[in-house]
Ligand binder design. Structure first.
Ligand code: KG4
Ligand code: ZN
Length: 339
């Protein structure tokens, strides 16, 4: 018997994007609307939590109407409502989560709270209709750096995590010190293309662990900028920074593949948009016979379609959340607070 289609309306508001999407059967995006606050936070050099919350409140009704309009659907067509409940900025999370729970209650449909990182991983299902677990996923974003074994659609094993800064955080801090605007990742990506990795930066590896550390690389860049002053070659510095970070990320990724005896790998999160990381991984893939998956650029950074994709698989596994589900700012991957 054919399975009934499941149409999920999803929210993402964990940081500085207010997003709403409608996704069918976990893989087909009917609409995805993202109201970004980047221009508002730029002048502060990073996201200001209180300002983010207020702007989410202003934007949220509009993004829902737009998502429904673009998909040519009404609320009657929705089978499940979902929203990110953690990790993220608590005030920001609460806006999408409260709106989502209220909407589910109003239209008498089930609600499901989604883990933001599980969402980033699920972004790959939208782009790659053939991708199925198990595989290794390297999740690299502004707030997280995790090496994850995706056992199945709803079970995740963390093989390595950052012990200090997240990769995106290091990109953003380095960019600030060289005078680039927030968010620095895309700007470093662009400038690095004009440079060569001529500066030697420290690369941290741990014995018997696939954990990461990026604060050493970041501090070395900051010290170099202070020491060299105006003589610093910015494109070379960007290329050197990207190379150091990429060496560490991809060498642990390869070790994880060997450990789990798999050649299937996916990237996820804002930093997975980085062109040097992608090119280097492609090369490494050829040398090591890896099958590599990346989300489309628009689904690398925060969006609600990835939350709808993750929600679909949780729902298929029989999960829903109670309407008293609270935001959990420091939610860890693998923590299952919902019933
Ligand atoms: O996934 P995301 O939108 O938000 C979090 O969940 O944190 O990731 C945002 C991060 C920022 O740190 C941004 O600088 C970084 O992703 N980023 C990049 C690139 N595009 C975005 N980093 C390196 N290269 C890029 N092309
Ligand atoms: Zn994110």
């Amino acid at each position: 018997m054919e399975q009934k289609d499941i149409v999920v309306l999803s929210f993402e508001s964990s940081c500085d994007e207010t997003a709403c999407a409608i996704v069918k059967n976990g893989r087909e995006v009917l609409s995805s609307v993202i109201a970004t606050q980047i221009d508002i936070h730029k002048r502060f050099g990073g996201v200001v939590p209180e300002i983010a919350s207020r702007n989410h409140i202003d934007a949220i009704s509009n993004v829902v109407s737009e998502a429904l309009d673009k998909a040519h659907l009404t609320l009657d067509d929705i089978d499940l409502v979902s929203a990110t409940y953690g990790p993220g900025l608590v005030g920001a999370l609460l806006v999408g989560l409260s709106f989502g729970k209220s909407l589910a209650w109003t239209i008498k449909k089930p609600f499901l709270g989604v883990h933001h990182i599980e969402g980033h991983i699920a972004a790959n299902y939208i782009t790659h209709k053939d991708l199925e677990p198990p595989y290794i996923c390297l999740v690299v974003s502004g707030g997280h750096s995790n090496l994850v074994y995706v056992k199945n659609y709803t079970e995740f094993e963390i093989l390595g995590r950052t012990r200090d800064d997240a990769v995106g955080e290091a990109f953003d801090k380095v960019s600030r010190v060289i005078g680039l605007e927030y968010p620095g990742g895309p700007k470093i990506d662009k400038l690095a293309k004009e440079g060569h990795p001529s500066y030697k930066l420290p690369e941290t590896f741990f014995e018997d662990s696939l954990d990461f550390s990026f604060s050493g690389i970041k501090t070395a860049v900051i010290n170099l900028v202070h020491k060299e002053g105006e003589n610093i070659n910015v494109p070379d510095l960007c290329a050197s920074f990207e190379k150091a970070v990429t060496d560490v990320l991809l060498s642990n990724l390869l070790k994880a593949c060997k450990m789990k005896n798999t050649n299937k790998v996916a990237l996820a999160g804002g930093v997975s948009a980085n062109s040097y990381i992608r090119a280097t991984l492609d090369q490494m893939g050829k040398e090591n016979n890896l099958k590599i998956y990346y989300p489309e650029l628009v689904y690398c950074t925060d969006n609600a379609a990835m939350i709808g994709a993750a929600a679909y698989y949780d729902y298929l596994a029989g999960k829903t959340s109670d309407l008293d589900l609270n935001a959990v700012p420091y939610l860890k991957l693998g923590d299952k607070l919902r019933k």
